[in-house]
Design a protein around this ligand. Sequence first.
Ligand SMILES: Nc1nc2c(ncn2[C@@H]2O[C@H](COP(=O)(O)OP(=O)(O)OP(=O)(O)O)[C@@H](O)[C@H]2O)c(=O)[nH]1
Length: 326
Amino acid sequence: MVVEMLGKLKEKLQSFIRRVEENVEKEEDEAKKKGLLDKILMIEIKEKDIEEALEDLELELLEADVALEVVDELKDRIKRNLVGKKVRIGTNKEKIIEEAVRKAVLEILTPEKKMDLLEEIKKAEKPYVILFVGFNGSGKTTTIAKLAHWLKKNGFSVVIAASDTFRAGAIEQLEEHAKKVGVKVIKHKYGADPAAVAYDAIQHAKARGIDVVLIDTAGRSETNRNLMDEMKKIARVTKPNLVIFVGDSLAGNAIVEQARQFNQAVKIDGVILTKLDADARGGAALSISHVINAPILFVGIGQGYEDLIPFDERWFVEKILGEESA
Ligand SMILES: Nc1nc2c(ncn2[C@@H]2O[C@H](COP(=O)(O)OP(=O)(O)OP(=O)(O)O)[C@@H](O)[C@H]2O)c(=O)[nH]1
């Protein structure tokens, strides 16, 4: 089965737009029947035109794994953008309704603080340290290799700390990826202190003038106190410039909850969502940045090293609502 990326969000939002359009058309027809069209030039969108469709949209978005608070916020914004809007008789109502929805989604996705990672790295003292945290199997190791590849392409030198000393095979897996993208890995033995590995990688970078240190860590769950404490220790010792939460977008609302918990343990500065290419629902992508108040920096859209793209809210909105009409 071929999954259409974000297909569910697209279908639900577009069906909402069509329903509101039909209601407004109906009002126009009634005005026509009453012979009012000579007197009025505009139809005003009223609460009753959108109410039912909005209630259905609420349920559908929850089913698409959009977080409850984000659904509420989105509903409020759509309502605010639509109710009271005057539509000229005979014009294309769909475009006007779509614009209101587009604006609401864009507002939800746009973080308070935007971040240009390349600029941040250029501005900071060397080495710029990025700590990656996340759940098991979220795609962290692959993502680190992709990011290392992207940073190299942008002219920065990179070293990776193999601070997942916990999971059997993790170090070899990281080394294999690193070799393919041409980046050195600093490692100790399994069972070693992950903070010490990261510290060594930073010392190595300092000694050789390397621009960026990427710290891989073991996947963990927010319920595992020891591993959460260990993660805090790594953060304390390495004082990273940036903490990135890597989340599997397929896990939907569960990863939004994880991100919330991780954010309480170590402050998350940015998010990378993996496997968006296989995500038909899109709820996590729509919710996560709003819930933890940190921007989505990149999204993973495949298994290749090139399949990591800087996140752009407009790109996301275009995926679900098509291109903006001029
Ligand atoms: N389709 C797709 N697959 C991805 C993407 N990112 C990662 N994967 C795949 O997800 C799987 C798990 O990725 P890993 O990088 O091994 O996971 P991990 O988070 O390091 O695992 P832990 O060490 O347990 O934390 C691999 O098969 C990756 O190829 C993506 O953006 N799209």
